[in-house]
Write a protein that binds this ligand. Structure first.
Ligand SMILES: NC(=O)c1ccc[n+]([C@@H]2O[C@H](COP(=O)([O-])OP(=O)(O)OC[C@H]3O[C@@H](n4cnc5c(N)ncnc54)[C@H](OP(=O)(O)O)[C@@H]3O)[C@@H](O)[C@H]2O)c1
Length: 230
């Protein structure tokens, strides 16, 4: 390692940040909510319906600092906001929350994938990637792509104490990517690794299709590790 190389552990203290999750009633949103709440973060699960959001919050381990609210409340009240809606609802959801999300770090974990008899495959995206689409809609926010390869099943499994994988973090703003890398590191076993600018998010999103193939062949919940960093 050269002396100029910064460690992926040399990151800001993010322990005080609250986290909102758009579409947090799905497995991915609930899984991330659970892990961040276990790490001590205040979490707001967002939904199109406040009642569904509260039910999702109540379904998690008792005593965690998680509450439910409509998506606009989760977007405006949390320090950092994760987008965990399906690709179908991605653009419209973000267009409706431009004001609430202005000035914030917005983490996009959406994988634009199709499924057929042969399994999962990446869908073409006009803006290059889901994260790129988020950046083109949310011009006043700092969009970061991350958590694409983290399995909801693993996040929700109470038997899994350590989520042993690397979270690839992509974005155009150094402070924002450092913050998101640090947030990934709040999940025991996980490490956030900077993986490039947003223009390179498409292959990271698309690679999820390969991981799904791995999972199907080997009945696994595979993640990835980057070697020779750290
Ligand atoms: N599942 C995984 O393991 C995993 C891993 C990595 C990344 N991801 C990504 O994370 C995202 C969420 O995955 P998921 O499996 O949790 O999805 P999901 O259960 O299908 O959807 C999550 C939530 O999004 C809301 N929603 C559904 N359709 C919507 C629409 N048209 N507009 C706005 N909101 C809508 C629903 O909440 P309300 O009805 O309560 O509003 C739903 O509960 C996906 O984009 C996926 O690619 C998933």
């Amino acid at each position: 390692m050269t002396q100029q190389q910064r460690s992926p552990y040399d990151l800001p203290d993010v322990s005080g940040l609250s986290i909102g999750i758009l579409g947090g009633t799905g497995d991915q949103g609930k899984g991330l909510a659970r892990r961040f709440a276990l790490a001590g973060h205040q979490v707001i699960i967002g939904s199109r319906k406040a009642e569904r959001a509260q039910q999702a919050a109540d379904s998690l381990d008792a005593g965690l600092p998680v509450r439910g609210a409509e998506n606009p409340v989760a977007a405006s009240e949390a320090d950092v906001v994760i987008v965990a809606v399906p690709w179908d609802g991605h653009k419209a959801t973000l267009e409706s929350l431009r004001t609430e999300l202005a000035g914030k770090i917005v983490i996009d974990c959406v994988n634009p994938l199709g499924f057929d008899k042969q399994g999962a495959y990446p869908l073409p995206v006009e803006e290059g990637s889901a994260a790129g689409q988020a950046a083109s809609v949310l011009t006043e926010s700092k969009v970061v792509g991350a958590f694409h390869h983290v399995s909801a099943v693993v996040l929700l499994d109470p038997q899994v104490e350590r989520v042993d994988l690397d979270v690839l973090v992509l974005g155009d703003d150094r402070e924002a990517t450092d913050t998101v890398q640090a947030l990934a590191g709040r999940i025991p076993g996980a490490r956030g690794v900077y993986a490039g600018r947003l223009r390179n998010a498409s292959q990271v999103e698309a690679f999820t299709a390969n991981l799904i193939s791995v999972n199907r062949r080997y009945r696994a919940h595979a993640g990835i590790r980057i070697t020779d960093v750290g």
